[in-house]
Design a protein around this ligand. Structure first.
Ligand code: GRG
Length: 287
């Protein structure tokens, strides 16, 4: 996992180097949020899933980095004053605190466009499987996925919602991109239809477990480790798992989902050990 993170970091570091002339500030702003930031869970999931089938990292790395660009765009926009209005992200001031709101909006837009640019170029070079992966990401990051979840999240602030609605928010806002990272790896790796179904279910469960831990960390986490402002969900009257269940019950549900993930991976006749390690890390993480 560390090795994949190093490759992703180095690919992203090179991508933004010395770009632009009069507009170079926008590249600096994009670079500021993406370089040396974050756990890189999504690209690691894509590469590890691909690795169940194939070994040629060059075939998946640009797509994996494109996913990280989409994720980073969502974080920049999520932190804006018109959204969550946060001033700390990945252990440093949020993008708009450094570059101003206008550039932060554009940096998010820029990362999203760059991501699809990379995916389309990869599809043009490599063909059908990369095109399929690009459509998976288009769906997961769009209104049918992450944006749809964010919309319901915003509309439900300061309101009591049903558990079904909370499940919708979690599945779309956070789960969709995590799940699609796995499916991108499965698609480019060449998983069978049956394996794709299993990995899809695995993606839904790992995505929900991830968000439950995120909800728990907002209450009990250490800001220095997590690298963002905590205790914000309750002050904004956000709907989270912790609003519905005790911390112990949330932990139990995340652990149950993790066990279900192990069972699903067990159905795939490949070496899934590192994916299991990552699943366990996501349950036990404190950042
Ligand atoms: C289109 C204006 C506009 C805004 C879009 C879609 C969106 C805003 C925001 C997405 C919602 C979002 C940020 C969900 C939170 C997901 C989450 C738990 C993020 C943290 O992920 P980690 O822990 O972060 O993987 P690192 O920093 O490690 O990458």
């Amino acid at each position: 996992m560390d090795q994949i993170k190093i490759l992703v970091d180095s690919w992203l570091n090179n991508y933004f180097k010395d770009k632009g002339t009069y507009e170079s500030k926008i590249y600096q702003s994009m670079e500021y949020s993406i370089v040396n930031g974050g756990k890189r869970i999504r690209p690691i999931l894509a590469v590890l899933t691909y690795g169940l089938y194939k070994n040629d990292i060059k075939e998946i790395l640009p797509m994996a980095c494109a996913i990280e660009m989409i994720h980073t765009y969502s974080l920049i926009h999520d932190d804006l004053p018109c959204m969550d209005d946060d001033d700390l992200r990945r252990g440093k001031p949020t993008n708009h605190k450094v570059y101003g709101e206008g550039l932060a909006v554009l940096a998010g837009d820029g990362l999203l466009n760059e991501a699809f640019n990379i995916m389309l170029k990869e599809a043009a070079i490599n063909g059908e499987k990369h095109l399929e992966a690009a459509t998976i990401l288009g769906d997961a990051s769009g209104v049918n996925g992450m944006i749809g979840g964010q919309v319901v999240d915003i509309l439900s602030e300061n309101k009591d919602i049903s558990f079904e609605e909370l499940s919708f928010i979690h599945a779309k806002k956070t789960g969709a991109l995590l799940k699609s990272s796995i499916l991108v790896g499965a698609s480019i790796g060449g998983a069978s239809k049956a394996e794709f179904e299993i990995l899809s279910e695995f993606g839904s469960k790992i995505g929900l477990a991830f968000q439950i831990i995120d909800d728990i960390l907002d209450v009990v986490g250490d800001e220095n480790k997590v690298g963002k402002n905590l205790r914000t969900d309750s002050s904004r009257e956000k709907n989270t798992y912790v609003k519905f269940f005790s911390i112990d019950e949330c932990r139990k549900r995340a652990a149950d989902l993790t066990n279900e993930c192990f069972a699903l991976l067990g159905k795939i006749d490949k070496n899934t050990e590192i994916l299991e390690d990552l699943t366990r890390f996501l349950l036990e993480r404190d950042y």
